[in-house]
Ligand binder design. Structure first.
Ligand code: G1P
Length: 289
């Protein structure tokens, strides 16, 4: 079975939920503490064993590509000033993985964004990371999916339980649990953003996928769906009856960094990992409660 070495990160979305912050900068560059959120995504990819990341970008997104490039003049000045720790932080993003970039020229949907990167993936399995979904996990979420791929040879998507009133925000999957591992769901039904009364379960797709390259065939035969966009979920639903599709109830906590409340919680979660910073936050909260 071929190993998963490459990942696609679609980053062409407009970020309207964050206006005016995203008027002139890409939403993926908004920081979680002191790192752009997309750096956390690429760090998860690297920690999972991904070697190549293909960013699917669009107009106004070049800051993202610059962030993962070397910056020789800044590096030289930090080196001359003896700021070794800062220098390491500046160099780090350019050393994580090999980055390539393709443009999605029109906002035709997530499925279309994946198709834009097909020529760089070729005939290999690959991971997809949706950069709005940040996952803090003891074992990186993508690594968990890659392990399922290596065990089963089947495409697999990350799943989590959501409240029934939230099903219309997600792809919703349903199917039986595997006899030998109750974190694995053999998906039999998959619907993009169903109404509450249409939802087959409360198991939501989170933005991590490991996919067989056969998905490209299905994407090419997928008509525009919800929002008049070519939906990855619809192509995955086609794949169910052919190559099969698994779900994996991942271990870890997911934050929706595409939503203002989720973004604030993500900042608190990652601030908690820095003891001095976290003491300052706790003291501020304690003084007001
Ligand atoms: C996308 C997918 C959806 C998935 C969600 C997870 O939707 O289309 O199936 O559940 O990501 O975050 P979006 O939130 O980009 O509209």
């Amino acid at each position: 079975m071929k190993p998963v070495r490459k990942a696609i990160v679609p980053a062409a979305g407009m970020g309207t939920r964050f206006l005016p912050a995203t008027k002139a900068i890409p939403k993926e560059m908004l920081p979680i503490v002191n790192k752009p959120s997309i750096q956390l995504i690429v760090e998860e990819a690297a920690a999972s064993g991904i070697e190549d990341v293909i960013l699917v970008t669009g107009r106004g997104k070049t800051d993202i590509v610059d962030h993962f490039d070397a910056h020789p003049s800044l590096e030289d000045s930090l080196r001359r000033a003896g700021k070794e720790a800062l220098l390491q932080e500046v160099v780090r993003p350019s050393k994580l993985v090999r980055i390539s970039c393709v443009r999605q020229q029109r906002p035709l949907g997530l499925g279309h964004a994946i198709l834009c990167a097909q020529h760089l993936i070729g005939d290999e399995p690959f991971a997809v990371f949706l950069p709005d979904d940040l996952v803090d996990a003891p074992r990186p979420c993508a690594r968990q999916l890659m392990d399922v791929w290596e065990r089963t040879g089947k495409s697999v998507v990350a799943l989590m339980e959501v409240p029934r009133e939230d099903v219309a925000n997600y792809g919703i999957a349903a199917g039986p649990r595997a006899a030998d591992d109750d974190r694995i769901v053999t998906i039999e039904t998959l619907i993009e953003k169903p109404r509450i009364d249409e939802a087959p379960s409360t198991l939501a797709v989170v933005g991590r996928y490991v996919l067989d390259p056969a998905i490209f065939q299905h994407l090419r035969h997928t008509n525009p769906g919800r929002g008049d966009e070519i939906q990855l979920t619809d192509a995955l639903a086609r794949m169910l009856g052919h190559e099969g599709l698994l779900g994996w109830l991942f271990e870890g906590e997911r934050f929706d960094a595409g939503d203002v409340a989720g973004y604030l919680l993500a900042n608190l979660n990652w601030a908690r990992k820095q003891p001095r910073l976290w003491r300052t936050v706790q003291a501020w909260v304690a003084a007001r409660s």
